[in-house]
Design a protein around this ligand. Structure first.
Ligand SMILES: NC(=O)c1ccc[n+]([C@@H]2O[C@H](COP(=O)([O-])OP(=O)(O)OC[C@H]3O[C@@H](n4cnc5c(N)ncnc54)[C@H](O)[C@@H]3O)[C@@H](O)[C@H]2O)c1
Length: 354
């Protein structure tokens, strides 16, 4: 039985708890949360021990096998460093890895120096719909064009669970940026997982006048393989269009489209948590019509946590998991995309130090 300590009990831990309730060989043994009511309720669910401050949990719970860092973005770096210095060997850290590539580079160094098993929690890699795209992409022939898009209708303050403590999501210094960091980071990880490394970025950004966070982004990315990728991301505050307004049903509208010399693939994901059915459409040369696959994509949480439990058992990062270097690269690419956006879409060739 793998015993876990969870740092945080906010929006994302609900998804972790959903998964952990369905995994037999894992036990939530301790939870830390500044929100005492949420923390104690979660502890009751699992028979876990409650701590208010995560540092106290790290000090007192030495027998845990793994730590899940589900703290606000600006606390990831220190939370991971504290967990490593407290002697923990297995860490799952929520995305984005850190709020700057400088911080994530330091974490890469520390993880390497101490030989830690470190997984970055980009769960879309574990989503059956996106995995289908990755699997079928090999059969597409010469790749012509790939598009990744996410449009989210919810204004960000509304998606923070921490109302009484103040929202960190809507403060760029604490969240590390706007929509690109919040949601685009997922697509950058997924893009690299499905289609290899990104060679260069050219990007246009729109910023919110009030707080300077990016909320709309239109990017051309060139892959090292030569594939061109069009990425469009936006937090669009459209209200009162009624239930028939399909694009923002559930507040989330995400798709990936792939056009190759032998066919067409598309995946549509209507909710980030994955509580709705997700569809993949395949239409290949020689088929008389499209074939569709449906997936329960909340499996993404179960698959991600199962992979982490296995990684805790073996002490090694399993095939297909996002590593600390993957987390670093996403943070680095985001910074370069912003840099390009600030130079009117100038193409920037990426040079990865890690
Ligand atoms: N993978 C995804 O799709 C996804 C979705 C949502 C959030 N996230 C990520 O998960 C992380 C948490 O986001 P959230 O939306 O759950 O935030 P949240 O504000 O709802 O929760 C943060 C939690 O951290 C706790 N916390 C803060 N300081 C603490 C301390 N010193 N000691 C103990 N606990 C402390 C808070 O009490 C709270 O329970 C973020 O990094 C976010 O980017 C990922």
């Amino acid at each position: 039985m793998i015993k876990l300590g969870i740092l945080g009990s906010g929006i994302i831990t609900e998804c972790h708890f959903f998964a952990l309730e369905r995994i037999d060989d894992a036990q939530v043994a301790a939870i830390a949360s500044l929100d005492e009511e949420a923390g104690r309720n979660a502890c009751e669910r699992f028979g876990a021990r409650y701590y208010r401050d995560y540092k106290e949990l790290l000090e007192k719970e030495k027998e845990l096998d793994g730590i899940v860092v589900a703290l606000p973005n600006h606390m990831h770096y220190q939370g991971c460093v504290d967990a490593i210095e407290a002697g923990f060997q297995n860490i799952l850290c929520e995305k984005p890895l850190c709020i700057s590539s400088e911080q994530s580079a330091k974490l890469v160094e520390l993880v390497r120096e101490k030989g830690i098993m470190f997984q970055t929690a980009y769960m879309k890699r574990f989503n059956p719909g996106f995995r289908k795209i990755r699997e079928l992409a090999d059969q597409m022939g010469e790749m012509e064009f790939v598009t990744f898009s996410i449009f989210n209708a919810a204004p960000e303050p509304e998606i923070s669970g921490e109302k009484e403590l103040g929202s960190w999501h809507d403060d760029a210094k604490l969240s590390g940026g706007g929509f690109l960091t919040h949601s685009g980071s997922h697509h950058l990880d997924l893009l690299r997982y499905c289609f290899g490394e990104i060679h260069s970025v050219a990007c246009k950004c729109r910023y919110d006048n009030k707080d300077g966070r990016d909320y709309f982004l239109d990017a051309d990315l060139k892959m090292e393989s030569g594939i061109d990728v069009d990425m469009k991301l936006g937090r669009v505050d459209v209200k009162d269009l009624g239930p028939q307004w399909k694009p923002f049903r559930g507040g989330w509208n995400e798709s990936v489209e792939v056009i190759g010399s032998r066919g067409y693939l598309r995946v549509d994901n209507p909710s980030w948590q994955g509580y709705e059915v997700m569809q993949v459409t395949k239409w290949f040369q020689g088929m008389c019509g499209p074939e569709t696959y449906s997936f329960e994509c909340n499996e993404q949480w179960i698959n991600e946590l199962k992979a982490f439990i296995k990684n805790c058992e073996t002490g090694k990062l399993g095939e297909g998991c996002s590593s600390v270097v993957d987390g670093y690269r996403v943070d680095y690419i985001i910074e370069k995309m912003r840099e390009s956006g600030n130079q009117e879409g100038k193409e920037i060739v990426l040079k990865y130090p890690y």
